[in-house]
Write a protein that binds this ligand. Structure first.
Ligand code: MOS
Length: 760
C-alpha cells in the first residue's frame, strides 16, 4: 500500500494553459531519443530504389553494369508484388513499383536489398533502366498554365471543385470598381530535420514496420494492400520522428510498402533510408499554383463580387491532391465576406513527383493569391490596404461562399487589431514613406495580410472515419494514452498529456504516452489537418472524465472527488490508492470516439455547409528593407497575432507560430525550387535550396488571441498549419509598399525583384 501522507492535500493547479516542461524534451536534448536510422536490428539488410531516369515513357530492360555481381543482392520488380500494385491514397492509382510505363523522373521501377550499405550503393550505381521516352512531358506550373489557357480539355484532370454563392454577374454590375490579377506559387521542400526512413521486420507470417511517420494506420493499410495480407498481420509502430510538416503524411506509405516487399521476399529485416539528396530530389513537394482573381467592390470598399480560378500542379499521380485542392478552394476567397462568389478549382496531372501534403495544404497558395490581390485592390482604390481589409473581415454570423454561418469563435478582428497595434501600423507606414524619399539605396516597406485555416478534416471527414481514443488506468494511478497520433516535434505528446491530466485531476507526470503502435492503439486518425489537439484532444478530454467516473463507481458508495483525493465512506484515498484498489477488480480501459456536433452539416456533392467545425484566424505585418543594388529583401521585423481558441501550452503554441513564420519566410523569399525540362528538381541540397538560417530570422513578435471554440477541449482550435498561411503575401505586400512594384509570383528572389524593377 502506498503511504497517503506523502501526498499533498492541496488541489492540483490545472495543467492546461500553462507551459509545462515538454515531456519529450529531456530525452531529445540529451541525445537519448533513438530515431529509426539509429536502430540496430540483428541481421538487417539495406533496401534501395532503382529509379526511372526519365519523366515519361515505357520501361525496357533493367540491366547491371559488369562487373557488378547481381547474385550478391535481391532485386524485386512489379511482377513480384503479391497483392495490389497500388498505394491506397484516396484512389488506388500510384503504383508501388512502376509497371509498363513511368510517369515521373525518379519513379521507383525496382527494389534492391543488399547485406550492407556499400553493396547496396554499388548495386544502385550499376543498375540501368532503359526507358523508351514516348512524348514531351508536361513539366512545371508555367507550361501547365499555358496549356490550360490554350486547351484545358487536352490536359489530364485530377480533380475539380466548384463553389458558388449568389450571382456574380449581378454583383459585377453593381460594382463601382473591378480589379483583376493573377498569382503564382512554386513548389516547396519540407526540409524536415530527419530524412525518410522505414524498417520492415518479417514476423510470423506478417510484418512489423517501424519508421518515421505521421500516420501509422495509413502505412498499415498500404502495406497490407501491396502484400495482399489482412491488415491485422501488419503491425506499425512510429519511431520518434524528427519533423514532418506533411512530408510524412503520404510518402511513408510508399517506402514502407517497398521495405515490406523486400522483407517478405528476402525473409530478412530491411532498413530503407533516404539520404538528404535522394529525399529532396524525389519526395513530394508543396503544389505549385496559379490563381486568377477578379473582384468587384462598392464605393465604400465592400466586396460585392468575386470570381476565382484556382489551379494546382498535381504531379504524376492523384495521391492527396483532391483534398489539397478542396482546402485551397475553400480558403481562396480569404477571410472576407462577399455576397456573390464563384470559385472554380482544378488540379492537373504533370510529370513531376506527385505533389503532396505540406503544412497549410492548399492554404498558403490560396492565401498568397487573395491577400496579394487585396493589396492590388487597395492600390487601385487608393485606400490603405489594412483599412480595406477591416471593412471586409469576417465577423460572427457572417456566411462563407460555401454557405457556412460562422456561429462562434471568430477572433479575426481582434487579431488584426493586435497585429497592427504591435507594429504601430500607421505611424510606421508614415515613417517608412518619409525615409524612402531620402534614401535611394535601401527602400523600406510595411505589408500586412490576414488569414484563416479550418481545423480537422474537411466536411464529414471526421464523422466518416470516427476516430477512437483510449485511456488505460495503470498501477499507482498512472494513466496511459492510447492513440495513433504522433509526436513530430510539434508538441502533441505534451498537449494531449495536459488535457488528460486535467480531465482526470492528476499531475501531468502521471500521464504516459507510449509510441503509437497499430497493435495496441485504436485508430484515432492521422496526425494531419491541424486536428490532433482539437479532435483527438476532445475525445481524450471526455475519456478522462469517464475514467474518473468509472474509478468512483468501482469504489464503495458515496465516493466523490475532493482536492486530489477520492473520498469514499469517510476514507481519504489518494489517487494512487484509489487506482490500486480499483485495479484489484480488473483492468480499467476507457474507449471514446468522435461525436459529430449536431449543429454541423456538409453536402459533399454541392460543396456546401460547414466545411470545418472551427477556423483559426490570424493577422501578420512585416517590415522589409530592399537593397536597390542587389534586389535582396531583408525582413526587419514580423508581428503576428493568431486566434487559436485556447492555447493549451502557450509556449509550444508560440513556438509553432514562430516555426511556421520562418518556414513561410523561406517560401516567400529564398526557397527557389525549379524543375528541368527533363523533370528533375534542380535544387537537391541545402547549398542551393536556401532555407532561412538563424542569421536571417528577424525579430518575431507573436501574440496569442483566445476566442474559445465549443468544439475543442478547453476551447482550443487547431493551429499547426494556420501561421504558415499569411506571411508570404505580407512580404509581397511590403515589397509593393517599398517600391510600388506588384510582384505576383513567389519566391521573391533578388534577381526577380531587380529585373522587374528595372524593366518597369
Ligand atoms: Mo498535413 S499538410 O495535413 O500533414
Amino acid at each position: 500500500m502506498t503511504n497517503s501522507s506523502s501526498q499533498s492535500p492541496t488541489p492540483l493547479q490545472p495543467c492546461c494553459g500553462r507551459s509545462i516542461p515538454r515531456v519529450d524534451s529531456k530525452d531529445k536534448a540529451r541525445g537519448i531519443t533513438r530515431f529509426v536510422s539509429d536502430l540496430r536490428i540483428p541481421g538487417m539488410w539495406y533496401g534501395g530504389l532503382v529509379r526511372s531516369p526519365a519523366a515519361s515513357g515505357f520501361i525496357g530492360k533493367i540491366e547491371f553494369d559488369s562487373p557488378f555481381d547481381r547474385s550478391s543482392v535481391t532485386i524485386v520488380t512489379a511482377g513480384q508484388i503479391p497483392g495490389k500494385n497500388a498505394i491506397p491514397i484516396i484512389k488506388d492509382e500510384m503504383p508501388c513499383l512502376a509497371a509498363g510505363r513511368v510517369n515521373y523522373l525518379g519513379e521507383p521501377v525496382a527494389l534492391i536489398a543488399a547485406p550492407d550499405r556499400q553493396t547496396l550503393k554499388s548495386a544502385l550505381a550499376a543498375a540501368n533502366v532503359e526507358i523508351d521516352a514516348d512524348e514531351i512531358p508536361l513539366i512545371g506550373i508555367e507550361p501547365l498554365v499555358a496549356a490550360y489557357r490554350s486547351d484545358p480539355a487536352a490536359l489530364s484532370l485530377l480533380h475539380e471543385l466548384i463553389i458558388r454563392q449568389g450571382e456574380t454577374k449581378k454583383g459585377f454590375e453593381q460594382a463601382d470598381r473591378i480589379v483583376e490579377g493573377e498569382y503564382w506559387t512554386h513548389p516547396q521542400e519540407h526540409a524536415y530535420l530527419e530524412t525518410q526512413g522505414i524498417i520492415a521486420i518479417p514476423e510470423r507470417g506478417g510484418l512489423q514496420i517501424l519508421g518515421s511517420m505521421q500516420c501509422p494506420f495509413y502505412v498499415r493499410e498500404a502495406v497490407a494492400h501491396v502484400l495482399g495480407i489482412p491488415e491485422n498481420m501488419v503491425r506499425v509502430t512510429q519511431s520518434p520522428t524528427g519533423g514532418a510538416f506533411g512530408g510524412k503524411e503520404d510518402y511513408p506509405s510508399l517506402i514502407a510498402s517497398h521495405a515490406a516487399l523486400l522483407a517478405t521476399i528476402t525473409g530478412k529485416p530491411i532498413g530503407l533510408f533516404l539520404d538528404r539528396e535522394e529525399d529532396m530530389a524525389f519526395t513530394p513537394k508543396r503544389h505549385a499554383s496559379w490563381t486568377r482573381i477578379k473582384t468587384g467592390v462598392l464605393g465604400n470598399g465592400k466586396l460585392i463580387a468575386s470570381e476565382i480560378e484556382f489551379i494546382l500542379d498535381g504531379g504524376a499521380y492523384t495521391t492527396l491532391t483532391p483534398l489539397v485542392l478542396a482546402r485551397g478552394a475553400i480558403h481562396v476567397q480569404g477571410a472576407y465576406a462577399c455576397p456573390n462568389v464563384s470559385i472554380i478549382a482544378r488540379a492537373f496531372r504533370t510529370h513531376i513527383p506527385p505533389s503532396g501534403a505540406f503544412r497549410g495544404f492548399g492554404g498558403p497558395q490560396a492565401l498568397f493569391a487573395i491577400e496579394s490581390h487585396m493589396d492590388d485592390l487597395a492600390r487601385n482604390l487608393q485606400i490603405d490596404a489594412a483599412e480595406l481589409r477591416k471593412r471586409n473581415l469576417y465577423r460572427t454570423h457572417d456566411t462563407t461562399p460555401f454557405g457556412q454561418v460562422l456561429r462562434e469563435s471568430v477572433g479575426l478582428g481582434k487579431c488584426m487589431e493586435t497585429a497592427l497595434d504591435l507594429c504601430g501600423y500607421e505611424e510606421r507606414r508614415r515613417n517608412i514613406e518619409s525615409r524612402n524619399i531620402i534614401d535611394s539605396n535601401v527602400k523600406r516597406g510595411l505589408g500586412c495580410a490576414v488569414f484563416w485555416h479550418g481545423a480537422g478534416f474537411v466536411g464529414a471527414g471526421e464523422a466518416e472515419m470516427t476516430p477512437h481514443a483510449e485511456l488505460r488506468l495503470k498501477t499507482d494511478g498512472y494513466v496511459e494514452i492510447r492513440v495513433s497520433n504522433t509526436e513530430l516535434g510539434q508538441g502533441a505528446l505534451t498537449v494531449l498529456s495536459q488535457i488528460v491530466a486535467d480531465a482526470c485531476g492528476i499531475a501531468a507526470w502521471r500521464v504516459r504516452y507510449p509510441l503509437p503502435d497499430s497493435a495496441e492503439a485504436p485508430n484515432s486518425g492521422p496526425t494531419v489537418a491541424s486536428r490532433t489537439t482539437m479532435i483527438v484532444g476532445k475525445i481524450l478530454d471526455r475519456c478522462g472524465l469517464d475514467l474518473v467516473r468509472a474509478v468512483k463507481k468501482r469504489l464503495p458508495a458515496l465516493s466523490r472527488r475532493e482536492e486530489g483525493f477520492i473520498v469514499s465512506e469517510g476514507d481519504h484515498l489518494t489517487w494512487t490508492e484509489s487506482a490500486n484498489r480499483v485495479l484489484q477488480q480488473g483492468p480499467l480501459h476507457i474507449m471514446g470516439s468522435y461525436k459529430k456536433p449536431d449543429s454541423l452539416s456538409w453536402d459533399a456533392s454541392l460543396n456546401r455547409g460547414d466545411a470545418y467545425a472551427a477556423y483559426g484566424w490570424g493577422a501578420v505585418a512585416t517590415e522589409i528593407a530592399v537593397d536597390m543594388e542587389t534586389g535582396k529583401i531583408t525582413p526587419r521585423e514580423i508581428w503576428c497575432a493568431v486566434d487559436v481558441g485556447r492555447a493549451i501550452h502557450p509556449q509550444a503554441a508560440e513556438a509553432q507560430v514562430e516555426g511556421a513564420l520562418i518556414q513561410a519566410l523561406g517560401y516567400a523569399l529564398s526557397e527557389r525550387l525549379t524543375v528541368t525540362e527533363a523533370g528533375a528538381f534542380r535544387q537537391t541540397r541545402f547549398q542551393d535550396y536556401l532555407i532561412p538560417t538563424t542569421t536571417e530570422i528577424p525579430r518575431l513578435h507573436v501574440a496569442l488571441v483566445e476566442s474559445p471554440c465549443s468544439h475543442g477541449p478547453h476551447g482550443a482550435k487547431g493551429m499547426g498549419e494556420l501561421p504558415m498561411n499569411g506571411l508570404a503575401p505580407a512580404l509581397r505586400n511590403a515589397l509593393l509598399h517599398a517600391l510600388d512594384l506588384p510582384l505576383n509570383s513567389i519566391p521573391l528572389d533578388p534577381d526577380k525583384v531587380l529585373n522587374r524593377f528595372q524593366a518597369r
